[in-house]
Design a protein around this ligand. Sequence first.
Ligand SMILES: [Fe+2]
Ligand SMILES: [Fe+2]
Length: 302
Amino acid sequence: MFKLAHISDIHLGPLPSLSFRELFSKRITGFVNWHRNRRMHLFGSTLDILLDDIRRQSADHVAVTGDLVNLASGIEIRKAAAWLRELGDPSQHSVVPGNHDAYVPGAYEKSMRAWYDYVRGDLAPVEWQEDKRIFPYVRVRDKVAIVGCSTAVATPPFSASGYFGKRQARETVNVLRAAGEAGLFRVILIHHPPIRGATSFHKRMIGIRRFAAVVSSGGAELVLHGHTHLNTVHWLRGQTGPVPVVGIASASQGLGGSKPPAAYNLFSIAGSPGAWELKGERFNLSRSGDDVSTESVDIFGT
Ligand SMILES: [Fe+2]
Ligand SMILES: [Fe+2]
């Protein structure tokens, strides 16, 4: 059995102070929003409680579906790199970027370079190469193929949309087919929910229909996403039946916010092609007396 944990939307805080030049870029809207919405509800220990719990579960692998930072300044990107190193071995932790990791033009390249060991496919060059495309990547662990996709693009102020384009779609179909032929359980990691109506218009993913076609023609067993900061399960049409598409709350969300408190998912994968057994459990932060701990919920209600 393979145990895969899923966390997302780390939004590592607190925000660094910004230079005047940075303040007058798109970051000014993010800076104001963060102070207005998040400062009250995000607190450092939330993330630590989740990570301690994941360690106790002895997960084989941890998937992190983006938004590691807030405004993607150089300091934040370096802090996130240090946080990843603390999180653990890159071969056991797979990351895909979110819109906040590509917040302004140029940020995507900086964050991918800094976090390269965590977004590098098994067959990709060991050293970062400027002109080399990273996504989709594939990492094979046990009987599981982890396929990382990117929807992260710099967007204008007040927009948090993502983009899943034709080239990535074509290559993802090829990767999924090959992994299917190799008898692997295929998990796709993507930041934006590839589901119509799952977010508001300015936060949506462009290429939702394209992604659905990728899953139905390439085949997949599970899709994990972040971005909404909500615990959700949707379904996409797969080759042999519906494919679960699972979202998760922000790993840094405290209790008492307008969004659900921090949570992680834990998937148990067993079986063989044609007869995969997938179980999903979600662990939410909850308050018990003065203490904050986690409580578990069966994701698929089986
Ligand atoms: Fe987020
Ligand atoms: Fe996001």
